[in-house]
Design a protein around this ligand. Structure first.
Ligand code: C2E
Ligand code: CA
Ligand code: CA
Length: 337
């Protein structure tokens, strides 16, 4: 066995003590000022000998106490600095979101939702943050923080109004009514005054059929209120679907409680088609369950012909994904197919 370290710190020695089954032999060499601790240990397949320099060992013995505390103090400082950095960044983002909202910087992009005969039947509205330099920020950078703030309500209403304006402005681009799906959080669904405002804003909409996708990123706190608000949206003729089904908190229990109109199967379940036969069974059971409930099935994140073929074979209702189109500005939507 070869020495694995010329000298080691006591901290390392401590961790070795904790993590391997060890058996220590103590060697002293009177010629060289070195002490061996031969550790016959197993850490997985790793076996080794650890050599501690005697001078270092003496120093460690004298200063052990202070040394440990210095190391742990530095570690604590590092963790604290990380936490402060995280909260500062988050706080900055919160301030930027409020300013961005005041400056009207949130805009809708649209991704086509196709029926199995390759016809555009609807679109999903996906928010983009247009910064003052013209660059677009994807939701991944801000949506989770925004969703925990009041500002998400303002963003959603702003999007609805901009979508209405787009449909009015480009009315010559389409010749039939399609549905238009907005993303809502659990908290928004539970917020009666927000739902009132949403219904009021969409009251006279005639160019598209509003539809809603509930993301499961947060818990529902008041299921009865959520259910009542969902029913109110459905009474307006709007569909309400469960987004990212199977990935969130409630999973399929919401189907039973909420009487939803449909389910969107997340990309992670689509990605396994043709790749992992075992995981495809999960996808099959989601499809089977939705069919038994008689609700719409939308597959999202569809990228390949193989996935489209599989979904066609299983006769789901709608397909959405880069296979057809990435999210685009309204003027780039193609209603002809
Ligand atoms: P989501 O609701 O699951 O939306 C689908 C996401 O997958 C979108 O990402 C879309 O661009 C992406 N996607 C669609 N097809 C494909 C594909 O074939 N391949 C790949 N790699 N990706 C695909 P995006 O636009 O970045 O949005 C991310 C998430 O942000 C959305 O996930 C949604 O949860 C959230 N979000 C977007 N807009 C809003 C909004 O207005 N309000 C709220 N609360 N959340 C929103
Ligand atoms: Ca969605
Ligand atoms: Ca998703």
């Amino acid at each position: 066995m070869k020495p694995i370290l010329p000298s080691i710190s006591s901290t390392f020695a401590i961790s070795v003590y904790h993590f391997i089954t060890y058996d220590i032999e103590h060697h002293k060499d009177e010629v060289k000022p070195t002490t061996w601790f031969v550790v016959h240990g197993n850490l997985g397949n790793i076996k080794g000998v650890i050599v501690v320099d005697r001078y270092l060992q003496q120093k460690l013995n004298e200063q052990n106490f202070y040394y440990y505390w210095l190391v742990y103090f530095l570690l604590l400082c590092l963790i604290a600095a990380g936490i402060v950095y995280y909260y500062n960044t988050r706080h900055d983002l919160q301030k930027m979101l409020v300013v961005g909202c005041k400056k009207n910087e949130f805009i809708p992009y649209y991704q086509p939702i196709m029926s199995l005969d390759d016809k555009l039947q609807g679109v999903e509205v996906l928010v983009r943050w247009k910064l003052s330099d013209g660059s677009l920020l994807l939701p991944a950078y801000f949506i989770e923080v925004a969703e925990q703030m009041e500002v998400i309500n303002e963003i959603t209403i702003t999007l609805v109004k901009k979508v209405q304006a787009d449909f009015r402005r480009y009315s010559s681009n389409y010749n039939r009514k399609v549905f238009c799906a907005f993303n809502l959080t659990a908290q928004q669904i539970e917020n009666k005054s927000f739902i009132n405002l949403l219904i009021l804003t969409l009251k006279k909409e005639e160019n598209f059929v509003p539809s809603f996708e509930i993301t499961e990123r947060q818990h529902f706190n008041n299921l009865a209120l959520a259910k009542a608000n969902i029913r109110r949206l459905q009474e307006q003729g709007y569909q309400v679907k469960l987004d990212d089904a199977g990935t969130g908190y409630g999973g399929f229990s919401y189907f039973m409680d909420f009487n939803l109109d449909g389910v969107k199967i997340d990309k992670m379940f689509i990605d396994v088609i043709g790749v992992d036969d075992v995981k495809v069974e999960v996808l099959n059971s989601i499809i089977m369950m939705a069919k038994r409930l008689g609700i719409d099935i939308v597959a999202e994140g569809v990228e390949t012909q193989q996935q489209v073929d599989f979904l066609r074979k299983h006769n789901i209702d709608y397909i959405q994904g880069y296979y057809y189109s990435k999210p685009v500005p309204f003027k780039d939507l193609n209603f002809d197919n």
